[in-house]
Design a protein around this ligand. Structure first.
Ligand SMILES: [Zn+2]
Length: 249
């Protein structure tokens, strides 16, 4: 069993989402779908009720920081009690796209962390050009989780691990020009690593130009195994165990 710990395989992101989910089931790939807004969260709840290999992470993403209302927060609060909800995500901060609404992004992120604490759920965190703020905010909350598609330094990764976070490794590990992430990987204990595709985004090197799917998780596992000089089976066994521990699957 492999667990794709972060992806967006639902209809508003991918036309053939359900085909991918069924094909993944045949290959014993389990999928944690991450919501970003009220629409995707609703879609995910429906899919997780329908497919055994789908788990649910619900949250509001930084891109919607200016739009999310108090009512939306109340709705999410009620949805987090549903069956198969295993995390709050995708949530976080992104100063790459815009820094202008930084205060709003932080406010939404903190609201999401408060909900995670209330429901005793781990979080799945996006952080781009905002690593220090992300760390400082997480440090002040009693939460554990995953740093999804982590691309920071090994030193910072160790700090997140000390807080109880796992380091999510996605497609960029396979990109020929991304030596930094491979160097970082070698300095992290495999017991703190999760695998993910972030599909339909971030296709691995061999699938560049195509829409990414959870079926490509094998490229990420293969690359980690190659870099660490370990068997692929061992990588699968360990990262699946890590995901089960964190998300209580
Ligand atoms: Zn994502």
């Amino acid at each position: 069993m492999i667990i794709d710990t972060h992806c967006h395989v639902y209809n508003s992101e991918m036309e053939n989402a359900e085909e991918i989910i069924k094909e993944a089931a045949k290959r014993d790939i389990h999928i944690i779908l991450n919501g970003t807004d009220p629409i995707s969260n609703k879609e995910i709840l429906e899919l997780s009720g329908k497919y055994e290999n789908v788990y649910t992470a619900l949250g509001y993403f930084h891109s919607f920081a200016d739009e999310i209302t108090d009512e939306d927060i109340l709705l999410l609060d009620s949805q987090l009690s549903c069956d198969k909800v295993i995390a709050v995500g995708e949530i976080g901060l992104d100063y790459y796209h815009t820094k202008e609404n930084k205060e709003k992004q932080i406010e939404l992120f903190e609201n999401m962390l408060d909900l995670a604490q209330k429901h005793d759920l781990p979080v799945i965190v996006h952080s781009r050009k905002s690593m220090q703020d992300t760390f400082d905010i997480l440090k002040n909350h009693d939460v554990v989780g995953s740093m999804h598609c982590y691309q920071g330094s090994a030193e910072m990764a160790q700090e997140f691990i000390k807080l109880g976070f796992y380091i999510g490794i996605a497609g960029p590990i396979t990109h020929s020009n991304n030596k930094k992430i491979r160097k970082m990987l070698k300095q992290i204990d495999i017991n703190h690593i999760l695998v993910e595709t972030d599909s339909p985004y971030l296709p691995p090197e061999d699938k560049r130009g195509e829409k990414n799917t959870s079926l490509n998780i094998k490229y990420i596992i293969g690359k980690i195994a190659e870099e660490l000089g370990m068997d692929e089976d061992k990588i699968i066994e360990t990262t699946t165990e890590n995901a089960k521990n964190l998300f209580k699957i």
